[in-house]
Design a protein around this ligand. Structure first.
Ligand SMILES: Nc1nc2c(ncn2[C@@H]2O[C@H](COP(=O)(O)OP(=O)(O)O)[C@@H](O)[C@H]2O)c(=O)[nH]1
Ligand SMILES: [Mg+2]
Length: 352
């Protein structure tokens, strides 16, 4: 998972590490530390030929100590990074990181490194790796929303509406989440809110049967807002904990269907709206997330198909672009294939 991005970041670490190594060599050759000693000496009073030398030992020792400390350090200057930071931006863009997010990462790496003193002989790959990890961490850690804690502390039933374009894995994710909630001891109701696509009701019904979960459905073409409303009523009457509401996939550009989604949310006031898209969709997913979020402001995203060969860019960009956290990753087709998203987990993967 995220192998391509990891590879690119690894390559960049080597390149920039090499450039910093060059700066270090130049610093050692030019001996900036020695120049500092000269300055030190200049400040010391010149011994006149008439006067006896004044405490030469003391100045010498101080000078030597200062030189030893300075000699072990060098400063990373902007010049040595400039061309390579552009390469970093390219590498990020090629990995499907969105433009503003790539710019933000490059900027952070620059701030982390330029003008800082480093020990001579220290591991340059590590210096760059740490700066990169911090920069990426900043863009993916948008807030500290803990999904499980939120569910636990919320008044029941908790209604969760899943939104997104067609085929991204909403229905499968609902089945996975239902299984996860069941395991945690919650009772679940599913609302078959995709009344648009032929076979969608049967598809989610099959999942509900397999998981032994109650499903509320109407006929094809029915109003999804009404179905979800019925499911919430049912959950209220039977003291069920969670309502998982499916919706039809829709293009973020289709105004009528987006209006229908707004109605679903207006009528039912779900506790959570979750945007579902594919990790493999890259920048398209980022743009869709942005537009869905402005139509029906959601609480977080789930990225599916992270088991496929994703470049990793969407995972890095969506949270920063929408300001909402990634909650889970879908990592396969079976019910258990869902993992809670943790920024550190992703960072460990990229930098292990
Ligand atoms: N490999 C993989 N396939 C997935 C994942 N999530 C969903 N799928 C598959 O994606 C396809 C579309 O899923 P579906 O739930 O019908 O998408 P929907 O149109 O958004 O409801 C199905 O074949 C799913 O099995 C995942 O995490 N990994
Ligand atoms: Mg579906």
């Amino acid at each position: 998972m995220f192998e391509k991005l990891k590879e690119k970041l690894g390559g960049f670490k080597k390149i920039l590490g090499g450039a910093i190594e060059e700066t270090e060599k130049e610093a050692v050759t030019a001996g900036p530390a020695n120049k500092k000693i000269e300055t030190n000496k200049e400040k010391a009073p010149e011994p006149s030929s008439k006067e006896p030398p004044r405490q030469p030992e003391k100045i010498g020792v101080l000078g030597r100590i200062k030189a030893a400390v300075l000699e072990q350090e060098f400063i990373i200057d902007e010049k040595s990074l400039k061309d390579h930071l552009w390469e970093l931006e390219m590498a990020l863009l090629e990995s499907d990181v969105a433009v503003p997010v790539a710019e933000k990462i490059v900027d952070s790496v620059k701030t982390e490194l330029v003008g800082t003193r480093r020990k001579i002989g220290s591991d340059k790959g590590e210096i760059v790796g740490t700066a990169l990890r911090r920069a990426i961490s900043k863009v993916i850690s948008v807030d500290s929303f803990d999904f499980d804690v939120f569910i636990k502390n919320s008044k029941k039933p908790v209604t969760i509406v899943f939104v997104g374009v067609n085929g991204t894995g909403k229905t499968t994710t609902i089945a996975k989440m239902a299984e996860r909630f069941k395991e945690q001891g919650y009772s679940v109701v599913i609302a078959a809110g995709d009344t648009f696509r032929a076979g969608a009701i049967e598809q989610i019904e099959k999942h509900a049967d397999a998981l032994g979960i109650k499903i509320i459905k109407h006929q094809e073409g029915a109003d999804p807002a009404a179905i979800i409303y019925d499911a919430v009523q049912y959950a209220n009457a039977r003291h069920k904990d969670i309502v998982l509401a499916d919706t039809a996939g829709r293009m973020h550009t289709n105004i009528n269907l987006m209006d229908q989604l707004k109605k679903v949310c207006r009528v039912n006031k779900p506790e959570l709206i979750i945007f579902v898209d594919e990790a493999v969709a890259g920048n398209d997913a980022v743009e869709r997330a942005r537009l869905f979020n402005s139509a029906v402001p959601f609480n977080g995203s789930i990225l599916t198909k992270a088991d496929a060969d994703s470049k990793g860019g969407a995972a890095i960009s969506i949270a920063y672009t929408t300001g909402k956290p990634i909650l889970f990753l879908g990592v396969g087709q079976s019910y258990k294939d869902i993992v809670k998203f943790d920024p550190d987990w992703l960072l460990d993967r990229l930098f292990e």
